[in-house]
Each structure stands twice: as C-alpha cells, then as structure tokens.
Design a protein. Structure first.
Lengths: 377, 377
C-alpha cells in the first residue's frame, strides 16, 4: 500500500518529522472503482475525510460531488471548482447562520434529522431540498456509529412531512451503515427502512426522490475486505429488492473509501524501552500518536498496518505509544502490536492506510508538537 | 468559577463561535496558593496545560520555573522571560536531536525512564542533570495514568547509576500520582518509592538531590476537592515520614491545578432534539465537542460544570454532543448530563474549569471547524 511514488517522494525529499503523504493516483483509482461499481449513484466525496485542495481539485475535475460538514468545507469544495449544485451540506447539526451562509453560496441540499433543524433550514434556506437521516444500528462496523445522527424511520416521515409543510422540498432519506462496514447486509436493512419512509410520505402525497446511502465503504487496513465491485453488486441487489423497478436516485458519500488507502504516514521510532528488567513487553514510542493525527486508534478501534525497515526479522508484541506527555497517548496496549525485535531508536516506520481522518484530526499544538504535515503527490 | 472579569469580557466582546477565556487573576491566585502550601518546593509550571504567552509571561515574572514537553515549549518559556536554568525538559520520550537543541538553548535538566534515553542525553547534552521517573499506580486519579511513563524503582536505580557512569549528574527521582488525584495518600506511597531509589544510589556512592513530585493537583470540577493547603500539609508530612530530617530539594509541576479553574469555554447550543417521538432522552448539541478542545471528556473521564442562562429551571438528563459529523464526538452519554428542560437552540452556555488541556488539544481543522480560540484577560 506504500506506492512507489510515495516511497520515492520520501526518499528524495526526506521530510523531517512525521508526515502524511497521499498518492493522487490511488484516489483517482478509487473514484473510478466507485463509479464502475455503482454507475447509477452520484458520488459525493466526504470532504471531512481529507480536505487537501489537491484531492478536492482532482475529484472536482473527475466530476465528483461533495458532502460538506461545515461552511468551511463548502468553501473548499467551491474553491476546488465544484458548482454549488454539486455540494450537499450533510451535517444534521448546523447553526442557522451557517445554513444562511451556505444558502448564500448557492447550496440547496441539506441534511436534517429533526423538526427543529427543518425549521432552521426553512427560515435560512427557503425552498431548499432536505433529506432526513435515519438511524441504523451500525452492526459490523469497525468504528461503530452511535445514535448521534438520525432518527427512527417513523419520526423521519414526520420530519419530511413537516419540511414539506414549511415549503421545503422533501427530497429523500439518508443513512450511514457505520464506517469500515464489512457486513454487506447492513445496506439491505437500511434500505428497507428507507423504503418505509418513502411509503409513509407517499401516503401524505409526497414522492421522495433520493436515497443517500452515506459512506462506510471500507479501506484496506489489516484485513482483506470485499472490493468496491462486490459492494456495488450487493447494494444494487438490495435496492432492487426494496424498491422493485422504481429505484430512486441514489447518492454515496465515500470518505475513507476514497482516500484511506491512498495515504501513508512516515514516522520515527523515538524510544524502545521496558518498564522493568523482567518486563516481557517492550514499549515502542513513535513521533506521532493519538493527538498527532492517529485519533482513530481510540479504543484501539483501527489497527493500521505498520511497515518497518526490519520486517524480515522476528517479531514480538509491543505497546505502541505516541510522543506526548499524555498517558492517554497510547495507540495499542490492550492488544499489543507485533513489531520486529530488532526495531531501533531512529528507525523510520510507515503507517499505511492513513489517508483519511488523520491530518485534520491532529491537535493544533498539544505538548508543543506541530500539526501533522501533509503532502499530496 | 466564571469570574466577573470573564463575564464582562464575554458580554462586551461577544466573540462569535466557541472560545476559551482565561482569567489571569485566578492563575496568579493559584500560583500564590501553591507557593504558600509548599513553600520549600520549586514550582515548575507544566506548560502543556496551557502555553498561552500571557500565562507564561505572568508566571515567569512571579518566579515560576517551567516543565516543558518539547523544544517548542522550551522556546515558549524562554520567550516568556524564563532563563534556561528554570526550565526542565520533562518528557521521557525525546529525539536525540531535540535533546541537542534543548542543550544548545541552555537547558540542563532532563527526564529519563530508561537506559536508552540516558544514552541519548549523555551524547546530546553531556554533563546534564537527569531525574528518573518512577511508575506509580495512579489510584484515585480521575484521569488515570497508564504505565506509559516511568519504570519500577529497582530499574530507576539502575538507570540513574548508568547516567552517573556516562558522566551525567544523577540528580533525582520523579513521579506523577495521576491527574486530578484526590487521594492524599498517593503522594506518601510514591515518596516511599523515591526513598528506596535514594537509598539504592547511596549504596553506589551517589547522593541524589531532588524529588520531582509532578502534578496531579486537582482543579475544582464538579466535586469539592481538598485545597492546595491541605495538599501541602499532607505532602510535607509524607516527606518527613520518608526522608526524616534529610528532606531533599523538591519540585512540583502543577498544570491543571494552575490554570484549570481559571478558564471558561463559551459555547452555543446548536440543536436540541430527540431520536423518536417517545424518546425520553434529549440530545443537546453544542458548537464545541471532543475534537474542538474537550478531548478530556474521552471515556467521560472529566465532567465539566456547565452553566446555562436557564439554571433556575427544572433539569432533565440529556446526551451532550459536539458539532462534527463524527459519531465519537459525544461528551456525555453513558452518564447523561442534567440540563434545563427549557434549554433552547441559540442559548449560550459556559463550560467551567476548562483552562487546562483544551486550547492545544483542539483539532487543527476537523470537519472544517477552526481550532478553539483563546483569550487571556
């Protein structure tokens, strides 16, 4: 997963300190794979996964649409060349003045999951399209979603009916099956819920148009995952099963699936030590940790693949920690990580599959460490 | 805990978006309280808690020393007016080239917890003072420390002996009883360990000079905690009990205890909603969350006191969440937080006791949200 281009860049530029390098060729390949796998779905790239201008510009030129979590992300997508009709304001939690700013910028599609949010959109973006997010259980996802977003299907019907009453266009339903979702049936269950909402709205005389199937498309970490093609097939079958020959417009919002495997973080071993002479577990400290961009190691949820210059040597498990004075800055401890016994202070390691949710998660200045630098090549 | 000065500042300036306001008067009071409580200990402010230049300048002028976690923090302390002899490089995980930079800047006291780190210091900062961190159990702490820092006392003796062999000054022992430590006996147990290391070194003909008692001094969150005075008394008694009439030099490193209660975060209610019509739990979404500076709500470890404009109204528990599209961005869910039933979209809330470990934890740009702004008044 560390491409030759990334390896060449690191060997030539030799940047000091930890950094993320993203290979645009891989992003382009991922975009093509999604397009081929789901040819009838519009791709809305989840900008939050990695908002690097080079990535946004390339995706805009390929015809991608954009899912933005904030006004800043809307502005980034516009700067990258997207027209406002290709941007969805996909956060269900928005200040009314931010909705107004998005409306001023020409954005006309908004996510909601409550009547309270519908009222804000009706006031600040009159006539806009809204889609309502439905709660899913996220079973099978590595980074499970809580109940933070969405509402139960019955309430979604009410929310969309209310939107229609307030002069908005009740446009569709969205769901998110959970990040890194490897259970293909999760889409089927969510689509069945979506169909229930379509039926309920039809009884109110409202024809919904769109199903936003969100993200959750996994990137390759340590485990093999079904390819985009297999996902596309399963999703198409689930759509047919639930909507028959009246399949609505569909949207997908890949974020991690678009950029996760395109990025590699170069880091350095700062210390290898033990806590006692008879300690059978090494501690390996890197110059990047939970607060430098690897926030998704929280609860050891995501286990990144780590390459070292000594991968042909024997391995032993170790605790892997970051460089800050914060005791919570430990990546893998409950399940120690196998690394070469010969690993030494000063060794450079490559943390693969880190193109998504790393550079922006990084702390602004925790312990005086600068935010993760990022290169897009 | 929201002082009149902070309230006046917010009412007058009316900053848009979430922000931290720190009242320097409270920091000054805290410094005085520590000085009075532990008159024989040198205060090394833990810069990582809040490195705002105004705070560092005031503490420098009051005579404080500084505990730095990185070269950047050393530079900040120097810029604030501290001389290098008043700065300790207190991180046990340092790149050799960072030790060399600190040495070039005149810093001559370094933390270690392994022979590997001693070797780096011996090469990059010949002749420097080192103190070795000893593992403590952290029992009673709200934000417990793991085994990340320190080694067992027997190994500490070896590490310090090795430092002496390599021409360094084996200077002392450090420990950290855990952040927000409310069990006064924790210091007694750690001091007993320190004494063991002193004795072991004396057998090698080395007289250690110093005990660095770290931080862990709690700030007032929801619970009342013993005052600095009570801490000082308990610590003095524990020193006498363990070292008799040969009490070594001592250092304390308050961070949270120096600035925690001096800061208040102003935030705004973005949405109040439910997930179903029959949902008996409200969700309250603020414009700040785990990735905007409230990282210490991880695992719901720290429960901040939250003031609202409707605190005289009846309260009901709610889930409290942040504004990002990340499902992990939820502050209090396992133990819902009681807030007024009448709380409404647009209300401003004050999150108290947030002067430490907030502004620097903040993500650099997650979901397009800007880092937490900070005002020191």
């Amino acid at each position: 997963m560390t491409t030759d281009r990334i390896r060449d860049f690191l060997n030539t530029r030799r940047p000091d300190g930890p950094c993320l390098v993203v290979d645009l060729d891989i992003v382009r390949d991922n975009y093509s794979a999604f397009s081929r796998a789901l040819p009838d779905s519009a791709i809305f790239y989840a900008v939050k996964a990695n908002p690097a201008p080079e990535i946004l510009r390339m995706l805009a030129s390929l015809g991608s649409n954009f899912d933005a979590a904030s006004v800043v992300e809307i502005e980034l997508a516009l700067e990258a060349g997207a027209t406002p009709d290709r941007i969805s304001y996909g956060n269900t939690i928005k200040k009314e003045r931010d909705i107004a700013r998005a409306h001023d910028l020409g954005v006309s599609m908004f996510a909601v999951d409550s009547c309270e949010e519908v009222e804000k959109v009706a006031r600040a973006a009159p006539g806009a399209r809204v889609f309502c997010r439905v709660l899913t259980d996220g079973e099978g996802a590595e980074w499970p979603l809580s109940r933070k977003f969405g509402c139960v299907p019955d309430m979604a019907s009410k929310v969309l009916g209310y939107a229609n009453d307030l002069g908005l266009e009740a446009y569709g339903v969205s769901f998110h099956v959970g990040s890194q979702q490897t259970n293909l049936e999760a889409w089927d269950r969510a689509l069945a819920d979506a169909r229930r909402v379509f039926d309920a709205l039809l009884k109110q005389g409202i024809q919904l148009q769109m199903v936003n199937m969100g993200g959750g498309f996994p990137t390759r970490y340590l485990k093999d995952v079904p390819t985009a093609q297999a996902y596309g097939q399963a999703i198409f079958e689930a759509l047919s099963r639930n909507f028959g020959n009246r399949i609505p417009k569909t949207i997908i919002e890949p974020g991690r699936g678009m950029v996760g495997n395109a990025g590699v973080i170069k880091a350095e071993v700062v210390l290898v030590s033990r806590k006692a002479d008879n300690d059978n577990l090494r501690w390996v400290y890197l110059d990047i940790g939970k607060f430098g961009g690897l926030a998704e190691t929280m609860d050891e949820a995501i286990r990144y693949q780590i390459r070292t210059p000594r991968d042909s040597d024997a391995v032993e498990p170790c605790v892997l920690a970051g460089p800050t004075c914060d005791s919570a800055d430990v990546m893998y401890e409950k399940v120690p990580y196998p690394l070469p016994v010969s690993l030494t202070i000063g060794d450079e390691v490559l943390i693969e599959g880190t193109g998504a949710y790393t550079s922006t998660y990084s702390s602004v200045a925790f312990n005086g460490f600068e935010p993760l630098r990022s290169y897009v090549i």
